[in-house]
Design a protein around this ligand. Structure first.
Ligand code: UDP
Length: 333
């Protein structure tokens, strides 16, 4: 709560989504008014609780400009809306490029027309090229493997060009594995279809789906399963508040990892779920999933140096506890 957004409107594009709804809450907690823009294709109106919303699809250039014009006095824009399901991107790159890249171009054009100059963009560690060198630094080469990662990199580069040519101030946040849920249990991860490890494992532990699959148990890691950097969604939301503060202090351009720096294996996730829920997670070992890297975790130092951000809520226990709290309410357990 060290930064006051009182009287400031922040446009949150994708505010009906998992991360977006937590960003809206953090903005409201800091005195600001989050205005959600969403097409509600995958976001939910019931997750918009801290301000008004506008139903708008970024692929519609005229509608996008019209909606931004209604809120042209906004202090800043957060852009989180995108197609994120990696497997779907491989099958439908046209849809991904249209939704993510054309959508972002229309957003940037609306911002330029209205002289809205402050942007926080949600990017991803999936923009980095394959490597075994961990932790990942922001300077690591960006050579994404997936269509999803390629679209996010294209947007990062567009934003850099807008900075150079038109003076846009921006911070690009490269998230690692978003996880957990708000402590209230009111908002959390609700993807359809769900593909992420933690909600799937919680559903299996609850008996709501059969045995889950662990994709790959023969990786070169201590227990043979992949290693990821799980960061609590409340910490990700807080990183945005740190971002507004840094822009207010004069930061005009940054690409920053948002992770904890700690790697956790898939089996360690399952063990923590069993500890927290007291329920067994039934699983079968399955072949490796296409495109999965063995290990992926952030170097979080730049976030600390540039934004004053360090993860505070991301112990594995808290991640699982808050996710379980949300899902057990959602599933009426
Ligand atoms: N994973 C798994 N079973 C599942 C879903 C995910 O074994 O049903 C693994 C996946 O292969 C990866 C890790 O869990 O090693 C994290 O995957 P997730 O999709 O949650 O996030 P990603 O790292 O792909 O963004």
């Amino acid at each position: 709560m060290d930064y006051d957004l009182t009287g400031k409107t922040i446009i949150v594009v994708g505010g009906g989504g998992y991360i977006g709804s937590h960003v809206c809450k953090a903005i409201a907690d800091n005195g600001g008014l989050p205005v959600t823009f969403d097409n509600f294709g995958s976001g939910h109106t019931h997750a918009v609780k801290w301000g008004p919303y506008e139903t708008v699809d970024l692929r519609d250039k005229a509608a996008t400009l019209g909606t931004f014009t209604k809120h042209k006095d906004a202090h800043a824009v957060v852009h989180l809306a995108s197609s994120i399901e990696v497997g779907i991107g491989e099958k439908d790159p046209a849809g991904f490029y249209e939704n993510n890249v054309i959508g972002a171009l229309n957003l940037l054009e609306a911002m330029r027309a209205l002289e809205l100059n402050n942007l926080i963009f949600s990017s991803t560690c999936a923009t980095y090229g394959e490597t075994n060198q961990m932790p990942l630094l922001e300077s690591h080469i960006q050579n994404p493997f997936s269509v999803y990662g390629k679209t996010k990199l294209a947007i990062e580069q567009m934003i850099q060009s807008y900075h150079k040519a038109y003076g846009l101030s921006y911070i690009t946040l490269r998230y690692f594995n978003a996880s957990g849920a708000d402590v209230s249990g009111e908002i959390g991860e609700e993807h359809e279809p769900e593909t992420h490890l933690i909600p799937i494992a919680l559903a299996s532990a609850s008996g709501l789906r059969g045995k889950m699959k662990i994709f790959g148990t023969d990786y070169d890691t201590p227990d043979g399963t992949c290693i990821r950097d799980y960061i609590h969604v409340t910490d990700i939301a807080e990183a945005h508040i740190c971002g507004f503060k840094s822009i207010a202090k004069g930061l005009t351009q940054a690409e920053v990892n948002i992770g904890t720096g700690q790697g956790v294996s898939n089996l360690e996730i399952l063990q923590m779920i069993e500890r927290v829920t007291g329920r067994h997670v039934p699983y079968d070992a399955a072949p490796r999933r296409d495109g999965d890297l063995t290990r992926l975790y952030a170097d979080p130092q730049r976030a600390k140096d540039l934004l004053g951000f360090t993860a505070q809520h991301s112990s594995l226990k808290n991640i699982i506890q808050t996710a379980w709290n949300f899902h057990s309410k959602q599933w009426n357990l």
